[in-house]
Design a binder for this molecule. Structure first.
Ligand SMILES: Cc1cc2nc3c(=O)[nH]c(=O)nc-3n(C[C@H](O)[C@H](O)[C@H](O)COP(=O)(O)O)c2cc1C
Length: 410
């Protein structure tokens, strides 16, 4: 039976790479067909070693494409047309080789030519041996593809066909389908057409070329918020200080180091409908960072003279009407008198909502996965229970969507 999900009626161009997991795409094609998806498949030459085109075409009910120079194919269905006719291109399994060729912009077979010629969203579900996955070259390619806007599904951790264990397993079929459903529901999600700016992570303020002032923010909460907003359809710009967090799917990322760079990146990213300032921006920086590494010496311990950093939240909140985003949300990380300090901060900064959280060492919030927050606004206070940072992000994103869905904010 065909269920009516966000995938119903969608056209997916499935590019099957030459990996041992290629056989799993047979099951994927069946499940996608159950959801009412029309799948057309391209197989790389290497993919033929793992699964037959006959099996794939039996399941898609369509011809399988492989050869760039098959003139009959060009007459029936050109390589450009193949990608234009799809709502999304899915590479599964994405081999290390295919990803490398995508990064290089190569077009030396039908699969890569279709990927280069497309103006449609591209998602990849990688599968490979754990050493191949962890290799610097592959990691470099993943970072570049993410930067280029390619969405990643998986891989999973687990036992591999090659007998090793670790990340590199093709995501399970239901997870691939869930990621595709997320993608398509975002396009019609409640925040579709809204641009939201999110800041995340700490800032690093240089003391000299090798030392800096920093804080313990991991960027987990801010990055999760960016991801949740994107999954509701928002166009998200994430301005991130130095963090080890992966870039959430569908988010445009701008990397910065210092508070001043973060402010400049935010100003460049504006206009926006909403701003969520979740970054732990350093309040102070060193007045003049040294050009050369400071040396230990007979003159004793250097005194670090500090000066105040720009207050990004206050600056954005107090932009003139017309330039100020409709919704400005700040975060208050407090270690004591949380509500009292946050209430004062809401008034002082003139933002619309303030999300207050307890970051005292006992709370385990800094760097941890859980968070207990209070959302303050002019109309009152919401105390949320302890939740994972992902759940906090989802709730906040829904609250943002509710805000924009009320007619007065259109
Ligand atoms: C038995 C076998 C299994 C393989 N499994 C994988 C795999 O899981 N992932 C991968 O990236 N490459 C794998 N390879 C290597 C690819 O097949 C090879 O890089 C090929 O050139 C990929 O071509 P394609 O990217 O055009 O599909 C495997 C090779 C062999 C012989």
């Amino acid at each position: 039976m065909t269920e009516l999900t966000p995938l119903h009626g969608k056209r997916i161009l499935l590019i099957i790479g030459g990996g041992i997991a290629a056989y799993k795409t047979l099951e994927l094609i069946r499940r996608l067909a159950d959801k009412g998806v029309r799948v057309r498949a391209i197989m790389t030459k290497a993919a033929h070693e793992f699964v037959t085109p006959l099996s794939v075409s039996s399941l898609t009910g369509e011809k399988v494409y492989t050869d760039l120079f098959d003139l009959t194919d060009e007459a029936e269905m050109g390589h450009i047309q193949l990608s234009r006719d799809a709502d999304l291109l899915l590479v599964a399994p994405a081999t290390a080789d295919l990803m490398a060729r995508m990064v290089a912009g190569m077009a030396n077979d039908l699969a890569t030519t279709a990927l280069l010629a497309t103006d449609k969203p591209v998602m990849v579900a990688p599968a490979m041996n754990v050493r191949m996955w962890e290799h610097k070259a592959t990691q470099r390619n993943i970072a570049q593809l993410t930067q280029d806007g390619v969405g990643f599904i998986g891989p999973d951790d687990g036992n591999m066909a090659c007998g090793e264990f670790g990340p590199g397993r093709l995501s399970e079929t239901p997870d691939i389908i869930a990621a595709l459903e997320n993608h398509f529901s975002a396009a019609t999600g409640p925040l579709a057409g809204r641009h939201i700016l999110v800041t995340s992570g700490p800032t690093h303020e240089p003391i000299d070329p090798v030392r800096y002032l920093a804080n313990r923010s991991s960027g987990k909460q801010g990055h999760a918020i960016a991801g949740s907003l994107a999954s509701l359809g928002a166009q998200v710009t994430l301005v991130a200080g130095p963090t080890a967090q992966p870039t959430p799917q569908g988010v445009k990322i701008v990397h910065v180091e210092t508070a001043r760079e973060m402010l400049a990146a935010c100003q460049t990213a504006l206009p926006a409908d909403g701003v969520i300032c979740a970054a732990a921006v350093a309040d102070w920086r060193v007045v003049q960072d040294a050009e050369q590494k400071m040396k230990k010496g007979p003159d004793g311990v250097p005194a670090l003279a500090l000066t105040e950093n720009p207050d990004i939240l206050a600056i954005i909140s107090q932009l003139p009407k017309g330039q100020r985003p409709a919704l400005v949300v700040g975060f208050a990380a407090e270690t004591e008198k949380i509500i009292e300090h946050a209430t004062a901060k809401l008034a002082r900064k003139k933002c619309d909502w303030l999300v207050a959280n307890d970051v005292s060492p006992a709370s385990g919030v800094m760097g941890g996965d859980m968070n207990t927050v209070h959302v303050l606004s002019a109309t009152g206070r919401d105390d949320w229970p302890q939740l994972s940072k992902t759940e906090v992000a989802d709730r906040l994103a829904r609250k943002v969507a509710d805000y924009f869905s009320t007619s007065s904010h259109h």
